[in-house]
Design a protein around this ligand. Structure first.
Ligand code: SF4
Length: 361
C-alpha cells in the first residue's frame, strides 16, 4: 500500500523518489487522454521522471482525431440552405482539407457554437423552420450526454434535430496501436474520464492478450506519478493487469446507466481517425430505429477526398511516432494562433500542450 504524505507536493516528491529507485529498465508509457496530455505538460513531469521512463501522448483528443475528410463532409453540409450546424467551439478552427467551420461561417454558413447538446435541442425548438444538425464529436465521456439530448428530442417528437455522429470509442484504437509494429509502447496510462463510463473490462485485452500493464489514472500530478509507479511495479514483476489508481471516480464496472444510454441510441461502426485511417468498430452511428435523427442518412452528401495538409505530422504525433517539436512546422508555420493541424488547435492537443508549456523530453 502506498503511503499518503501530508501535502500533495510532499507526496508527489515521495512518489518521484520511489519511481527513481524502483525503475529497473527502460519503459515507454503512452497516455490516451488529452486531459492527461495537458496535465503532464503543465506540471513539467516529463523532465522530472527517471531517464529510463519515456512518456508518449497518443490519440486521446477527440477533436484531433476527427478525420479531415469527415470534416469536409460536415462543411459541405453546413453550406446548405435551411440548415443550422451546431458544434462545440473547439471544432470551429479544426482544418478540413480546404477550410474550417470558422471559415465557412465567415462565408455565410449558419454555424452556431453551443456549450452542450441541450443547447442544440433548444436551437431546434426556437428555429422550427430550419433543420438543426448537432456535430457529435467526443469519446465515451461525451456520447452519453448526446444520447440524453436525443432521448429528450425523441420524447418531444422533435422533427428538426439530428446528429452528425463523429463519436469515437477508445479501446479499438488502443488495439490498433498495439498491433502496429512501428509503435513501441510498453504500458498505458488509461483515460480516467472514459473509464469512469466504461470501467476496466473493455481494457482487459491489453494486459491479457498483449501482456502490457495499464493503470486508470486521475489528473493531478500525484495521480499520474502514483499510476506510473504502479506501472513500473507491474512491469518489473511481469504481472500485467488493468489497475485503477483513480479510485475516487472509477469503478471496475464503470457507469452502466451511461453505457446503457450510449447503447440505446448508438451502435459501433468502422470510423476514420485522422492520420491513422479506418479502424473497425471504433466509431458510433445512430441505431436504425433512430434513423430520422441521423444527419448522415437524412442529408446524404458526397465529397471527393481532398489532399492532406502538406508537412503536418499529426498522424505520427497521434500514434506517438513523433514528438510535437519533431514536426518541421511546429512553432514556425504552425502555432495556436495560426494552426495547421488539429493537434495545435485543440486545447487538449499534444502540439498545443507542448507549445504552451514548453519543450520537454
Ligand atoms: Fe500538425 Fe502543427 Fe502539430 Fe505539426 S505542429 S503535427 S502541423 S498540428
Amino acid at each position: 500500500m502506498l503511503m499518503r504524505q501530508s501535502s500533495k507536493k510532499e507526496y508527489a516528491r515521495y512518489l518521484l523518489d520511489r519511481l527513481h529507485q524502483e525503475i529497473d529498465r527502460p519503459i515507454t508509457v503512452m497516455e490516451v487522454c488529452g486531459t492527461h496530455t495537458v496535465a503532464i505538460a503543465k506540471s513539467g513531469l516529463r523532465d522530472l521522471l527517471p531517464e529510463k521512463m519515456h512518456l508518449l501522448s497518443g490519440p486521446g483528443c477527440p477533436v484531433c482525431v476527427t478525420d479531415d475528410h469527415d470534416l469536409d463532409v460536415v462543411m459541405a453540409l453546413a453550406r446548405q440552405d435551411g440548415l443550422i450546424l451546431a458544434t462545440f467551439g473547439d471544432m470551429m478552427r479544426v482544418p478540413g482539407t480546404e477550410s474550417s467551420l470558422l471559415q465557412e461561417k465567415s462565408r455565410g454558413a449558419d454555424v452556431r457554437v453551443v456549450y452542450s447538446p441541450s443547447d442544440a435541442l433548444q436551437l431546434a425548438k426556437e428555429n422550427s423552420d430550419k433543420q438543426v444538425i448537432f456535430l457529435g464529436v467526443g469519446f465515451e465521456t461525451t456520447t452519453p450526454v448526446v444520447a440524453a439530448a436525443l432521448d429528450q428530442a425523441v420524447q418531444m417528437e422533435l422533427e428538426n434535430l439530428s446528429v452528425f455522429s463523429l463519436h469515437k470509442v477508445v479501446p479499438p484504437i488502443m488495439r490498433v496501436l498495439l498491433d502496429d509494429p512501428e509503435v513501441k509502447i510498453d504500458a498505458f496510462l488509461n483515460p480516467g474520464h472514459v473509464c469512469t463510463i466504461l470501467g476496466t473490462e473493455p481494457f482487459r485485452f491489453i494486459a491479457e492478450e498483449y501482456g502490457k500493464p495499464c493503470v486508470v489514472t486521475g489528473f493531478e500530478a500525484a495521480d499520474i506519478l502514483e499510476a506510473l509507479l504502479l506501472i513500473v511495479r507491474q512491469y518489473r514483476n511481469e504481472s500485467p493487469a488493468v489497475d485503477i489508481q483513480y479510485k475516487r471516480a472509477v469503478r471496475p464496472e464503470g457507469n452502466p446507466v451511461a453505457v446503457g444510454f450510449i447503447e440505446k441510441y448508438f451502435t459501433p461502426i468502422q470510423a476514420r481517425w485522422r492520420g491513422i485511417g479506418e479502424v473497425p468498430e471504433s466509431g458510433l452511428e445512430l441505431r436504425e430505429e433512430y434513423v430520422q435523427y441521423d444527419a448522415r442518412k437524412r442529408f446524404p452528401i458526397t465529397v471527393k477526398p481532398g489532399k492532406c495538409r502538406k508537412g503536418c505530422a499529426c498522424g505520427e504525433v497521434l500514434k506517438g511516432l513523433k514528438l510535437p517539436y519533431e514536426c518541421p512546422l511546429f512553432g514556425k508555420v504552425c502555432t495556436p494562433v495560426k494552426p495547421v493541424g488539429p493537434c495545435m488547435v485543440s486545447t487538449e492537443g499534444s502540439c498545443a500542450a507542448y507549445y504552451r508549456y514548453g519543450r520537454q523530453k
